[in-house]
Write a protein of this length. Structure first.
Length: 183
């Protein structure tokens, strides 16, 4: 199956004289009719679902997708900030039983570098969202976080976000209202 790679631009951030660079290179299956990735603010509520292959042991499923506050791939390491993908398969049917694998730098304290859970992808006109939200301090691992959505041998997308120190992106963190957490 042929995959397309989206080059959605790039982002630069400067922190303590060091330039942090993230180029948006997403691998997207031609089976998708809708695809958008970005950074979002925490939302409350949702249904808790068991996710034994995650550190927390569960995930939250939300009915109403939060909007992206940025379509960039740089993410401030702040509790309550998240990042993810809104995707829809071409046509009117979605796909259940999608395995989302998130690979990341070693988590603080336990060193885990990979987590996975079940999700779904909506249809083109009713896309679903899958995102990772920082809920605990041990999750704030700096570096590249890659989200890969697969089902039955098909990779629907693979997207990499770069988590950076919060002071690198104060404007983005302030959009979510979390500036007091790192001031």
């Amino acid at each position: 199956m042929m995959m397309r790679t989206l080059y959605l631009g790039s982002a630069l951030a400067v922190c303590g004289g060091v330039v942090v660079y993230a180029q948006n290179i997403d691998t997207v299956s031609p089976l998708l009719g809708f695809y958008k990735a970005g950074v979002l603010c925490a939302i409350e509520g949702g249904v808790v679902r068991d996710a034994p292959n995650t550190v927390a042991g569960s995930t939250h499923v939300v009915e109403d997708a939060p909007p992206f506050v940025s379509e960039g791939r740089l993410v401030p390491a702040v509790i309550g900030v998240g990042f993810g993908v809104r995707a829809g398969i071409q046509g009117t049917l979605g796909q259940d039983n999608v395995v989302m694998t998130v690979t990341h730098p070693p988590l603080i304290g336990n060193g885990q570098t990979k987590q996975s859970f079940s999700t779904s992808i909506g249809a083109e006109l009713t896309p679903g969202i899958t995102f990772y939200q920082f809920d605990y301090p041990y999750e704030l691992a700096l570096g590249d976080w890659t989200m890969t959505a697969r089902s039955n041998g098909v990779t629907y997308y693979e997207t990499t976000f770069t988590v950076v120190p919060p002071e690198t992106l104060p404007e983005l963190a302030s959009v979510c209202g979390y500036t007091d957490l790192f001031s």
